[in-house]
Ligand binder design. Structure first.
Ligand code: ZN
Length: 376
């Protein structure tokens, strides 16, 4: 097993790519989908179940963990992997995105952000240096730069000002991260939907030098068409020999479109959050278990799926436990959704390696046109 972080790009098909990130905690096959373990748990899932769905890596949230139970407490208990019983790689975000969304509870300066906890109102500070310290205490394998990102739409001046601040913070993050063999630091491209700002941001990051590059500031309300339009030029600006990460994405068709445009990694709460509200993602779209039409249906949620929820339970049962507010409802649907997302990723990796991504994508969209879905 390797002692350093590295990335092998194994095949491309159009702009789509497949490869492997190597870390001391194991390999990450790309394109990769990262389930979100906000509070040191992927909600409703045991860690071994998350691994069984095919996940090579999880995402942890700096903001939530620094407030509760605190990064220092986790470090004293042996780090986040041991704390949450997950021995594969973990990527942590920088806390920036959550802090920025606190709106009137935060104060932004050149140095960083001071904010009040949403839990108890206590005062905290995040800066590039503090974010690097927290992610080190957690023992994160892939560390994200501390950045700022405006909600879209925003005017060009605001986007430029924010992007340039994030680039100064990227340099400070790099300096504070130092040399940590086996751990990776990713820079985050900003610049809204503006091609010139994305270019300026990419150049600034490449000048600093990172182990991977995220496309940040998307999936913040701009819509899929605008996001794809931005990815069409944004990924081309990033080095081909480093992994590219699209943060906070997304629905299955967002993921497929992002992979098509050269993205290697994504994360989203959608499969787990939707699982807890009775929604199951399938080849045909979303099936809503709260819908009364499932009450007498002996069929599985998705006949083609091999997850435990589909192998062992009927739609009638899934409907019943959802209506009864039984915990197993969220457990089964979350498992199914994570399994489905990982299945798509695996199929895309295989298709890219075989040079058949376009045909796979056509089949993906054709399957979604066939129906047996519920209105939301
Ligand atoms: Zn299933």
């Amino acid at each position: 097993m390797t002692t350093r972080f590295s990335f092998d790009l194994n095949a491309t098909d159009g702009a789509a790519r497949t490869g492997v990130m190597h870390t001391p905690r194991g390999d990450i096959r790309t394109p990769a989908f990262m389930p979100v373990g906000t509070a040191a748990t992927v909600k409703a899932m045991m860690p071994e179940s998350v691994a069984a769905t095919g996940a090579d890596i999880l995402l942890g949230n700096t903001y939530h963990l620094m407030l509760r139970p605190t990064a220092e407490r986790i470090a004293n208990l042996g780090g986040l992997h041991k704390f949450m019983n997950w021995d594969k790689p973990i990527l942590t975000d920088s806390g920036g995105f959550q802090v920025m969304s606190l709106a009137d509870l935060r104060k932004l300066t050149e140095n960083g952000v001071t904010f009040k906890s949403h839990i108890d109102g206590s005062k905290h500070m995040l800066s590039p240096e503090r974010s690097m310290e927290i992610q080190k205490l957690l023992g994160s394998d892939i560390v994200m730069c501390f950045d700022e990102c405006p909600a879209l739409p925003a005017d060009r001046d605001r986007i430029a000002e924010s992007m340039r601040l994030s680039m100064r913070w990227a340099q400070r993050s790099r300096d504070a991260f130092g040399d940590r063999p086996g751990h990776a630091l990713f820079g985050i491209q900003q610049g809204g939907l503006e091609q010139d700002f994305r270019e300026e941001s990419a150049k600034a990051l490449i000048n600093v030098g990172f182990d991977g590059y995220a496309v940040g500031g998307l999936a913040v309300g701009e819509g899929q068409e605008a996001m794809f339009g931005c990815l069409d030029f944004a990924t081309d600006m990033l080095p081909t020999d480093k992994p590219r990460y699209l943060m906070g994405v997304g629905k299955p068709d967002d993921i497929v479109g992002a992979v098509k445009r050269g993205i290697d990694m994504m994360d989203c709460v959608l499969p787990s959050r939707s699982g807890r509200t009775g929604q199951g993602f399938t080849r045909h779209g979303v099936v809503n278990m709260k819908n009364a039409r499932h009450a007498d249906d002996p069929r599985p949620l998705d006949e083609a799926c091999t997850c435990p929820a589909c192998r062992n339970y009927s739609r009638a049962y899934l409907h019943h436990v959802f209506k009864s507010q039984e915990m197993i409802s969220g457990m089964l649907l979350t498992w199914h959704n994570l399994h489905y997302f990982q299945q798509i990723m695996g199929e895309m990796r295989d298709a890219i390696a075989a040079g058949t991504f376009a045909a796979w994508e056509a089949g993906f969209h054709a399957g979604r046109a066939q129906g047996d879905i519920d209105p939301l």
